[in-house]
Structure formats: structure tokens, C-alpha cells
Design a protein around this ligand. Sequence first.
Ligand SMILES: [Zn+2]
Length: 609
Amino acid sequence: MKKNFLTTLSILSAVSLASMNIACQGNSTRQSKVKFIKSGNEKAFLEKRDLDDTFLFGLNVIDTKGFFSTALNLNFRPVESRLVLSQGSQGQTQLVVATESKNGLEKLLSFDVSETSDGKLEVDFATAGNELNLWNGIGGATIDADAGPDAGSWQTVAQPKVVKVEQDSDTVVVDVIHSVSFSLAKAPAEGEQTRSGEVKIRLFLKRQDKKPRIISRTAALARTQNIGFFPAERKPGTDNSLPIAHYKIDVKSKKPAQQIIYLKGFPEEYVDVGRRAIESWNISFGFAAFKAEVANENIDLGDPRYNVAKWIDGLDEDVPWAGYAPTMVNPVTGEVVSTQILINGSTTRKGFEEIYKYTAEASPQFGKLSGKIGNVPLVEGIGENPVVSFFADTNSKTSDEYIKGYYYSVIMHEFGHSLGLRHNFAGSTKIDSNGISSSVMDYEPGFITNIRTIPGSYDTAAVRWGYFGEVPSSPLKFCTDEDMTKRFDCNQGDVGSPVDYVVAGLIQGTTVLENLIVPLPDMVQKPMRGMLKTALKILELQEQIPANKRASAASEINRALERVRTAAPAAELSPLEQSVASANLKKLATSYAEVLAPKTSPVAFIPGL
Ligand SMILES: [Zn+2]
């Protein structure tokens, strides 16, 4: 039974609430008196005075049961909102979470409320039901076709259940479990038309400061310095005139441990890797601004009170990331509300263990590589092949050491995103004095990621600009995601000069494959496909290649591509070995054909980029 709806609450219109907001702007003493009330386990309470304030509202899927693991694609973008009392369709009083738009306040969600005997508002966070639009919240587009719903939405099939409420004076965090059902687009088994499961939602309201601290450094200004920062809002058609995304750090006081980053679910042997990777950024700040600690059981993702990096085991093999950082950012000020880093644990680790095993079997056949790719020497002790970039030196490093090196750089990269930094795919066009590319925000080949321990010179310059307002002392090399189709030197996974890299990589790669007599796993094929794509892109953008290289670059790349297409197993191999090597080459030729066709549309040459 629901409680009676109280008629004593006034029903406020959007207009009157908006004007109330303005009236309250200058009244800073009032703010300190407004408190959420400490609640029990299943109820959340507001005071009527809370309706005068502005809140960040967030809704995140933090767990699923009975689903495919690719469903774990979370949306941590909070919105600025107001709380309005209104009347529901059955005459009940509702708390409407609304956001300001050109047309006034727009409703996001509504929850039933009742007034307690002492005049508080008791909010039933389970009552939003299907309004939550779980399908969108969970990022449905990425889910496997055979398990995806054809209707594009899920139904809450039972009364949602509030399982946890935590409140302090400015924040309320509520966990709600929804039992859902959805129809399948393609039934995996005969008669299986629908599937059901549970979705755990974490909702929060976090009171906004009345006088937010706004910094003048915008994402557009960063770009004028060849620096890539995310703006406060990260969504399609992003407004680069907004302040940059950044942590609240008092750089003048140099007070240590200003932000604690909690490591959640890390296997014991990876805790130190995670801690060192995150704290390595303190080098760029010049003091220990960040401290990593192991999370207790109450701390998890989706909570604006905690910065969390979470290790997740058992994701599907086709989850396309090793790490992911959908940082929760205040859309007005750009301040990081909460770190949200996801690390693809056991699945990635298993894949790399297989590659390591494969490498140990295959490497005696082609020996170690030597030489230079662009400006970067292939280090004998590391022994990475630039094309088959996952190859480790199985003689001097155990698979464990190799994989830890990989995770170290993944966590560094993801924390770089949390700091506000965008990708820099030109990072490797400048090599630092330690022989490593100038940015961990690049996608670096395996042999670089595996030896990186500190941020690059670009990374530190970006932090010094964004957090200290220091202008770079020398011009930086920078390009990011949207530049990749426009610039020949803006590539993922390359090093030094992209033309040298592609040519040398294609030649070395096919030499390896001509002799490779163990089956080629798909994960080894991927970097080869990337190399082919880069080669084709460079051919399309050859006007941009420096004049002294232009004459030979295209013919060299063409010759290398031809070599990939026509390579045959070495004659001295036994018939059995030849058949395995031939199968490897066939796989590669298939990749080559797929990359070439369908032909990508010609890319326009944009001068001056
Ligand atoms: Zn990234």
C-alpha cells in the first residue's frame, strides 16, 4: 500500500521555480543551512528548501544479471537539474527532476513523493519505472545482435526495488534494481523469444555550488596551443568554448593527496601496477596531487562521492576496449565529479597470455628483429615486431611482466582521459630523450606501451597548461580523433615517420608471415590490418607527404602492398610447414582485400591542418 498523497504540498510551475532560482542566487548564507536528512536504508528524504537549489543528477547502470556482458557500456554524464513538485497522472504528488532548456524546464524523470509528519519529503526512487528508459541508459547499440531486443526498449516487469540509500548534506545516492524483460531480435534457441534479467541502477543528486568556480581555459583555447582537452560537456557537436574538463586541484598549496583514486576489484598482483600508473601523473604536476588506494566494499562506480578505477572480469571477447574512462564531469564548470575508469580484466589478460604462448612458439622461426622504424630503434631486449605488435621477447620477460607493462600503460592512458586529456595520435611523431613517444595519449605499438613508466613531454606540457596556466615552451605535436582522416601523419599505432613505419612494417610483416608455421591468431592479425589501412590512407593523402619523400613514398608503399598480396611460403619449408604458412598468408590476403574493398571515398586534402 502506498501512503496517502498529501495535498498540502504546493504544486510549483516551472516558471515560478525558475524565478525563485534567480532570487536565491545571491543568498549564500541560505546554502549552508540546507541539508539532506540522514536516511535509513531504503528511504530518501528531501527538505522543501532543497527545491530552491540546483543539483547534478546522474543515472548509471552499474550492474546487470542475466545479460550478455557487452551490456556493460555505461553512461556517466550527469546533467544540471532542478527539483520541482508536480501532480502525477493519478493525482499523486511527484518530484520532477528537470533540466533547463530554451523552452524552460524540461522533465527528465519523476518520482512519487509523500510528506512525512515532520514536513519532510519522502521520495520513492523506485517509482520512475519505465521512465528510466533503461535501453538507452545501458547503451543498447553495442549489444550482440542475437540477444538484442527488436523493439529497442525493455519493460520493467515487476515493482523496482530500492536496495540502498546513502545521504549526506549535499548528496543522495540510491541503488534500484529493475527486473526487466525484452524480446529477442534473433532467437538464439528455438522458442526463446524473450529474455529477462536484472539491471542495477545507481541514481544520484549532488547539490551544486551557488557560485561555481569557472576557469577561463577552454577546449578551444587548448587547441590553439596544440593541446587536446575535453570540454565540460562531452557529446556530439561538443561546444569547445566550454571550460576544459579537469580535477579540482589547488596547485598553489601543493597539498598532497588532494584526490584519492580508489582501485576496485584489482587482483592483488595488479594493485601495485594500478597505483604506480595513476600516481605516475604526479610527475607532471610536480607534487603528489593524486593518491591511489584500494577501495572498500562500499565504494563502487557511478557514485559522485568517489573516484573509482574498476577491474572487471569476464567481459565478452568482442568488447573493443582494454580500458575505458567515461569520466563524470560537471557540465557547467568542467570539474571532474568522479573518476570512472573501467579495466577489461580477465578477458584481455587471457588474450595476451595466448599471444605470449604463440610468440614463444613462433619466435624461433624468425628470430629477433632489429633496425629502426622512423626514429625509434627496435630494442633487441624488447624484441617487438612493429607489425605484429603484440610480440614480446619471451626470453627476457615472463608473460606476467609483459602483461603488467601493458596494463600499466593502459591505466596511465585512461587516467590521462580522466585528467581531461584527449587522444594525441601525433604523439609518436616526436620522440622524447628516453626513446619513447611524447604522449601516452597516443595509441602506441606494443613495444612502446610495454616500457613506458612516466608521462611523455607532451602529456606534462598539457597538464602544465590545463592546471597551471603555463604556456608550452616549445611547439607541441598534436592531432586527435577527428583529424585522422585528414592528416597523413595522424595515425594510431605508428611511430616516427608514418611513411617509413608503413613501408618497413609491411616488408617485415610479410617476411615473418612467409615463414610462420604456427596458426595465426586473430589478435595478431589486427595490427596488420591497421598497418594496411594506414598505408592506404597515406596513398590517398600523399600530397601532404613532405616534398623530399613524396617522389618515392607512394611507389614504396605500393610495392610493399603488392608484396603482401603475392607473398608465398619460403621454399625450404617442409610441405606441412608450407601449408600452415600458406594459410597464414591467405588470412592476411583476406584482410588486405577487406581493407581495400569497399573502397573508402577519397579524402579531401585540407591545407594548413
Ligand atoms: Zn583513449
